[in-house]
Design a protein around this ligand. Structure first.
Ligand code: GSH
Length: 213
């Protein structure tokens, strides 16, 4: 059985939605960030970065949300959350999932925690925060342009792990000056995703009671 180490609405959310969509048994283990449990000696044994999430599947221990998402999609091909390996669609899928985790997610992290780069200097923090928001805006515009022509999902009519990943990131990005939902095609994708029982169940099980994104 899968075990997902999580904190409400953290980077576990995309793998969690996928677990619900797949319908396989899993258990959740809370990593209490309020108590800095992600840096505890015990947790560092399974995730040396001290970050959330981690997935345990028997002897396999995986960190990085996108890697977990890819692994789950591959373990359950019948769920159709990724195109078949070796197809052009798989290439497009890799592109968008990588873009989400490597570009948009990283920029959102810097926007949320600018002091990790800028230190205690308030002016530097402000510059880093504004720069990261501007870059995240540009990345969201690229996604919007893609979805407008090729949507409603990243892979057209076909739902994939990338769509769940975008929901997770868009929840974090809600406080941006231009929230993701201010873009029509992203808003449409989000509407379709938050209507899925799997998405609602995942956030509910994490204790999220407000609007998902
Ligand atoms: N690239 C990593 C990022 C994980 C990450 O930064 N998680 C955040 C929560 S969303 C975290 O654990 N933060 C706690 C910390 O950095 O101490 C992933 O996608 O798994």
């Amino acid at each position: 059985m899968y075990t997902l180490h999580y904190f409400p609405a953290n980077a576990n959310a995309a793998p969690h939605m996928m677990l619900e969509e797949i319908g396989e048994a899993y258990e959740l283990v809370l990593v209490d960030r309020a108590k800095n449990a992600q840096k505890s000696a015990e947790y560092l044994k399974i995730n040396p970065n001290g970050r959330i999430p981690t997935l345990v599947d028997g002897d396999l221990v995986l960190f990085e949300a996108a890697a977990i998402a890819l692994y789950l999609a591959d373990q359950h091909p019948e769920s159709g959350l990724a195109p078949a390996v070796g197809t052009p669609e798989r290439g497009t899928f890799y592109q968008w999932l990588t873009f989400l985790t490597n570009s948009l997610q990283e920029e959102l992290m810097i926007w949320q925690y600018p002091d990790r780069l800028a230190g205690k200097d308030a002016a530097a923090v402000d510059i880093v925060k504004r720069g990261a928001e501007s870059r995240a805006d540009d990345f969201l515009d690229v996604i919007e342009a893609h979805l407008k022509t090729n949507g409603p999902f990243f892979l057209g009519d076909r739902l994939s792990a990338a769509d769940f990943y975008l929901v997770m990131l868009c929840r974090w990005a809600r406080p941006m000056a231009r929230p993701p939902r201010s873009r029509a095609a992203i808003g449409l994708l989000l509407d379709k995703l938050v209507a899925l029982p799997s998405v609602r169940r995942a956030y509910a099980r994490e204790g999220i009671t407000d609007e998902i994104c």
